[in-house]
Design a protein around this ligand. Structure first.
Ligand SMILES: [Zn+2]
Length: 219
């Protein structure tokens, strides 16, 4: 078996994270981010022992957004990095057998700036919800579990000592869309990377996960 390659899938081809293998930096300026609407509610996780462990958990509602303009790419990202896709992309994805995601409807409540002179109907938007898991980042990253609260499940990890979102293949569930603890970055398989570049999907970026320069943000 060959070692699989993975890619960090994110909103911007931001050079601070290294050289992207896909995506253009100008897209971030061309396509603004979506704001969350007032009806996005999140679960609150309360610890029976420690008040400081209180945090927000899963979103309980479908995503509700305010778009910055009606000029949208194949993907739209919210300020909290929710990944939104157009109906066209959803159909393209459905024609594949990728695993590790579901789609949920997105409600657009407002468009701040309408640039298009001819009123065309906005495509339906969907949230791409990542469900796959790569377990915890590979121990070669230097990240170690430092603390677990047995009352509420809160876990604390040490910071990475080297770059790269390193996947431990023994913990990866084999999905095409997944995350590794304790980070929020979306990781995708090589097949998804081929799919994105083959379809020239606009307004997203891919980075080689092993070269993703994120560790300095913890210094
Ligand atoms: Zn706790």
């Amino acid at each position: 078996m060959t070692t699989p390659f993975f890619f960090v899938f994110r909103s911007q081809a931001d050079a601070t994270f290294g050289k992207p293998v896909y995506g253009e930096e100008k897209w971030a300026h061309r396509y603004g981010r979506a704001e969350l609407g007032p009806k996005c509610f999140y679960e609150t996780i309360k610890c029976p022992e420690y008040v400081a462990h209180m945090r927000s958990g899963k979103r309980l509602t479908d995503l509700q957004v305010i778009l910055s303009s009606d000029n949208i790419g194949d993907l739209v990202w919210s300020w909290s990095n929710d990944c939104i896709i157009t109906e066209r992309v959803r159909q393209l994805l459905q024609a594949q057998d990728f695993r590790g995601y579901i789609t949920r409807p997105v409600e657009v409540i407002k468009i701040k700036k309408k640039a298009k002179t001819i009123m065309t109907e906005l495509p339906s938007l969907w949230e791409l919800v990542v469900t796959g898991s790569g377990g915890v980042i590979h121990e070669a990253s230097g990240v170690r579990l430092k603390y677990t609260c047995d009352k509420c499940g809160l876990r604390r990890y040490s910071n990475p000592t080297q770059d790269g979102i390193l996947v431990d293949n023994n913990q990866w569930d084999g999905t095409d869309f997944f995350r590794v603890e304790p980070y929020g970055y979306i990781l995708v398989s090589e097949r998804v990377k081929e799919f994105i570049s083959h379809n020239n999907l606009v307004n997203c970026a891919l980075f080689d996960s092993t070269k993703f320069t994120f560790a300095k943000s913890f210094l």
